[in-house]
Design a protein around this ligand. Structure first.
Ligand code: FES
Length: 102
């Protein structure tokens, strides 16, 4: 199911947006015109990822707490075996949409 998250203008203004959907927090960000959406929850100790360190070359996000690192495109850990759930995104009529399971 696709749901309308917020405007693309808001994402560009704030750079990282956290949105709640069905009791989950999703982190949404844009890098080089690609919009990524992932659980805002580190699988290590369930801390938030939204203040994590972005690497725009490797397209990874590193949790600030203990430095577990995850690929933005599929959520796979690069220095651990964990994975963060990721979600398809699209832009329609100036809004960011995210696809989640019902
Ligand atoms: S809580 Fe994220 S690496 Fe430990």
């Amino acid at each position: 199911m696709w749901f309308k998250a917020f405007s693309l203008a808001r994402l560009r203004r704030e750079q990282r947006c956290v949105i709640e959907h069905a009791d989950q927090e999703l982190l949404v960000l844009e890098l080089d015109g690609v919009i990524y959406a992932l659980d805002n929850l580190c699988p290590h100790q369930a801390m938030s990822l939204d203040h994590g360190l972005l690497d725009p070359e490797d397209l990874t996000l590193t949790c600030l707490h203990h430095h577990w690192c995850f690929r933005l495109n599929d959520g796979q850990g690069t220095n651990n075996r964990a994975r963060v759930r990721t979600y398809p995104t699209k832009v329609e009529a100036g809004a960011v949409w995210i696809e989640v399971e019902e």
